[in-house]
Design a protein around this ligand. Structure first.
Ligand code: SAM
Length: 249
């Protein structure tokens, strides 16, 4: 290691040391699908992502924060190649086993994260990330989005879904959200979501929009839900489509 790389490691955010929930515990990993299934229709969400982007049979896709592999496994049936990235070895081992049991061979599972995954193959057509970017503080979200931009082909598409707060009445929105999840998921949901708000790095909508645009993305559609959830579908802007964009303006 030379002097400059030593310096790099002194200030680089350690994304392997997760805040809030760290998904290192195997029992937590095994319970993940059932727990999230109490308040999400994960299969429907995944099919919608594939339709929205849209993911096509010749496409390559990277998913960041793949967890138990539900999206990666679904996307593998609609695309040529999926790279499923996660910082949790326990999550990756579980997801890999699920894919093998289903006879899926076009997913590469990669230990890494938004800040450390190095994409050595050709740039991809689509990048997808759900409920994972909030693990990084805002400065590092910006760094991550610039890295994702570089991994995409020109005109490539980004689907980003996460907990992002509306600035209008965040206290009322967060309280209502926690109450509704507690109703469906009980005490565990209450504790998990409480921990999310206290310790993890979900940010305001205006910050997230600005980070996406500063990284070079054109936000094609944005959907905010209950003041606490956000879905962004974006395109990688290049000098060429920038010109077209400015001409329309
Ligand atoms: C709440 S789970 C969401 C999983 C899945 N995408 C979904 O929608 O159900 C968050 C996942 O992001 C992973 N994660 C946390 N920090 C990360 C990082 N810096 N880069 C990539 N993945 C990360 C966690 O290990 C976990 O598997």
């Amino acid at each position: 290691m030379n002097a400059s790389s030593e310096l790099f490691f002194k200030w680089q955010f350690d994304e392997m040391k997760q805040v809030g929930k760290d998904y290192a515990d195997v029992s937590e990993v095994k319970a993940f699908d059932a727990f999230h299934g109490q308040f999400r229709d994960i299969q429907k969400e995944n099919e919608e992502i594939i339709k929205i982007l849209p993911i096509q049979p010749h496409h390559s896709v990277i998913e960041f924060g793949t967890a138990t592999g539900a999206f990666a496994i679904c996307a593998a049936a609609f695309s040529r190649k999926v790279y499923a990235v996660d910082v949790s070895q326990a999550m990756l081992a579980y997801a890999r086993e699920k894919a093998v049991l289903q006879g899926i061979s076009n997913i590469t599972f990669c230990h890494g994260g938004f800040l450390t995954y190095v994409h050595e193959d050709d740039p991809v057509d689509c990048i997808v990330s759900s409920l994972a970017l909030h693990h990084l503080p805002d400065f590092w979200k910006g760094v991550a989005l610039q890295r994702l931009y570089a991994m995409l082909k020109p005109e490539g598409r980004l689907f980003l879904y996460d907990v992002v707060y509306s600035e209008d009445d965040y206290e009322a929105d967060i309280s209502a959200w926690i109450a509704s999840l507690e109703k469906r998921g009980g005490q565990k949901a209450l504790e998990d979501v409480g921990m999310h708000v206290q310790e993890e790095y979900s940010t305001f909508t205006w910050i997230m929009e600005s980070l996406l645009e500063k990284a070079g993305f054109m936000i094609d559609t944005v959907h905010y839900d209950k003041g606490v959830l956000a879905q962004y579908v974006c395109t990688k802007k290049t000098a060429q489509n920038n010109q077209a964009f400015n001409a329309v303006e």
